[in-house]
Write a protein of this length. Structure first.
Length: 638
């Protein structure tokens, strides 16, 4: 396994002392602080305290990518909906600890330091003193205790306990040590806990729950009559629906935040506005309070094509979200006209892949075929990957086998063979499976004599994968398998996944060439939650301790057992071996069928939009571009 492709728990632990030392030096910035002109005016009017009173005792210092920025301006973007703004994750990436801009190490954020003790079972985090919510109220360990005790441990708000807080089936024990110290303890070592704290689905969500604001919507703190009245007024049936609604940073402008920008507009507006947080707790190396940019504005549009056209016409300042690699030629052609540049960043995921749903229940014959590895091999060998690369990825995607972050897998002839275009072998395997009879149109018949039809569900929000699935449809038809595409919206996609209502999912892997983050990428490999495309019911079985879902057997059960060992192992060597074994079992059994390994994605950057690195990674695991610290992006004034 290439060192650059692996993030190791032990490696992270070993650099903690170094990180804390470097951080202490970087925080030796001037104690004379400056602020944006729009905030200076509010201070003069008596509407805000002075900047020194708004910042914490020890502000986090952010080193700009290229230069100290200028205050002001509106960052123009486009989105399909309020949640698509990703204000809460990608542009508001503020977890306890975070990924650094190199994507290879974890650094302090809300927590200034942490200690690991008891053989990797106990994690003590020390919070940055003096951080304030956007309404000026102090942020302390009480807020994190509220998140854990009153949200995570409340079954009405969190029906299924998060898997990242489970070790060996046992939940974490949380302790508020003092106002600025918290502690998580586990029954066994948790080798990925720090990574989870930095991950998008765990880390930033901790700070969606300011206690002083949200306790009015929680029955533990609010008077029943008053809470019932609020529920009725908001037209909800239950308190937890109201609570969840009020805790959404991308739809509730009243929710206090610690993010650089906070929502100001009504979520039903056609232009959504987020303005700078006057209490944001970071400064640059000259003591300038961040962010540099005054506000972000998203034009809400109907489809992704409209976003591309807005980029082409120069109406977007910096964005990659909802652009597709298929847009690349058009974007390049119009660079001068639109006044922008096009950067190419690692997509932070695999190229297109197909996930045969091992838990499909709608048809027993189809279910039996999907569970037969010989059938999956035939489907893989029927795909002309070189042609897909040329037509859909303009020849710049990498071979499928390069997605695996181990040389032993990349160089294995047996694994490489699974991804070679070999329609002759594919037809042979299908015939051996008893699919050797065909109808008058040349399509294969099932063993029961009925027409064989496969359906691939694909997500309309990601056109590159939908386009690739059209090619897959042709290749499978060429070996006699009638194939239907079921293209759904992003919202319906998750409904169908959660309902286990699909045969094949055409999407992407959460790992790819030169990209693998254990805590996140393993969701493509291990059925450890209900949204594992190739085995949602196995994932539900795992997360509920066998109370729901379907119990796995064979190689799938072995993958889960290896993951359980990996999670609690204190040995880096053992974890590396277990991870390699998981990848091998997954690859040899084709639980997912990679079409290609990895690819780059276009990022539109206006020529006056500064401090955006030329090279980056769009991985959701990094909350990209959040890990690049967008608070230090700026618009250069003429």
């Amino acid at each position: 396994m290439a060192p650059s492709q692996r993030v190791s728990f032990i490696a992270i632990s070993c650099v903690i002392a170094l990180i804390i030392g470097v951080t202490s030096l970087s925080f030796a910035a001037s104690k004379v602080y400056q602020e944006a002109p729009m905030l200076t005016e509010l201070v003069k009017q008596g509407k805000l305290p002075s900047v020194e009173k708004r910042l914490p005792d020890d502000p986090m210092v952010v080193t700009p990518v290229n230069e100290i920025g200028q205050y002001g301006g509106t960052w123009r973007r486009a989105a399909l909906s309020p949640v698509d703004t990703m204000l809460h994750v990608r542009l508001g990436y503020e977890p306890l600890i975070r990924w650094d801009r190199d994507g290879k190490r974890l650094i302090p954020n809300v927590a200034t330091s942490w200690d690991i003790s008891d053989g990797g079972k106990t994690f003590t985090l020390h919070l940055r003193k003096g951080i304030k919510w956007s309404d000026g109220e102090p942020m302390t360990a009480d807020d994190i205790a509220f998140w854990y005790e009153d949200v995570i441990c409340n079954k009405e708000l969190t029906p299924v306990y998060p898997d990242w807080l489970l070790v060996d089936g046992k939940p974490a024990r949380f302790e508020k040590v003092d106002a600025y110290t918290i502690r998580f303890s586990f029954a066994k070592p948790h080798s990925m806990f720090l990574e989870y704290l930095a991950s998008p689905d765990a880390g930033p969500s901790v700070f969606n729950y300011p206690k002083h604001y949200l306790k009015q919507f929680h029955p533990k703190y609010a008077q029943k009559a008053q809470l019932d009245a609020k529920v009725k007024s908001a037209k909800f049936d239950n308190w937890y629906q109201l609570f969840a609604d009020r805790a959404q940073p991308f739809t509730n402008p009243e929710l206090p935040s610690i993010r650089p920008w906070i929502l100001k507009s009504n979520p039903t507006a056609t232009r959504l506005i987020a303005e700078r947080n006057p209490y944001y707790w970071k400064v640059d190396t000259k003591g300038n309070q961040l962010p540099y940019i005054d506000r972000i504005a998203w034009d809400v549009v109907q489809d992704v094509q409209m976003i591309t056209m807005k980029a082409v016409s120069g109406e977007i300042d910096m964005q990659a979200r909802n652009l597709s690699f298929s847009d690349y030629p058009l974007l390049m052609e119009n660079r001068d006209k639109g006044g922008y540049e096009v950067y190419l960043w690692n997509a932070g995921q695999g190229a297109s892949a197909i996930f045969p749903n091992q838990n499909f229940q709608g048809d027993q014959v189809i279910r039996g075929l999907i569970r037969n590895v010989k059938f999956r091999k035939a489907l893989s060998m029927a795909i002309n990957r070189d042609e897909v690369n040329e037509l859909n990825y303009l020849g710049q995607a990498t071979p499928a086998y390069t997605a695996f972050p181990y040389d032993s897998l990349q160089n294995d002839p047996g694994i490489r063979k699974l991804f070679e275009y070999n329609p002759k072998e594919a037809n042979k395997l299908l015939d051996e499976l008893g699919l050797n009879k065909r109808d008058k149109d040349g399509y294969r018949l099932r063993p029961d004599g009925k027409p064989l039809t496969l359906t691939i569900m694909t997500n309309l929000g990601y056109s590159i994968h939908a386009d690739v699935m059209q090619a897959i449809q042709r290749y499978w038809s060429a070996v006699g398998i009638r194939t239907v595409l079921d293209t759904v919206s992003g919202a319906l996609w998750w409904e169908r996944i959660d309902a286990n209502n699909y045969q094949f999912a055409g999407y992407t892997m959460e790992f790819g060439t030169d990209y693998y983050v254990p805590s996140y990428s393993l969701i493509s490999l291990v059925p450890k939650q209900g949204r594992v495309y190739w085995a949602p019911l196995y994932g539900r079985w795992y997360i509920t301790g066998g109370k729901e879902g379907e119990k796995p057997t064979g190689a799938v059960l072995q993958i889960i057992e290896d993951y359980r060992k990996l999670l609690v192992s204190a040995s880096e060597k053992e974890r590396d071996k277990l991870t390699e074994d998981i990848f091998r079992l997954w690859a040899e059994n084709l639980y997912g069928i990679p079409v290609l390994g990895g690819y780059n994605m276009p990022v539109v950057v206006k020529k006056n939009f500064e401090n955006v690195p030329r090279k980056g990674n769009l991985a959701y695991a990094y909350s990209s571009p959040g890990y690049l610290m967008p608070e230090q992006f700026f618009i250069k004034q003429k």
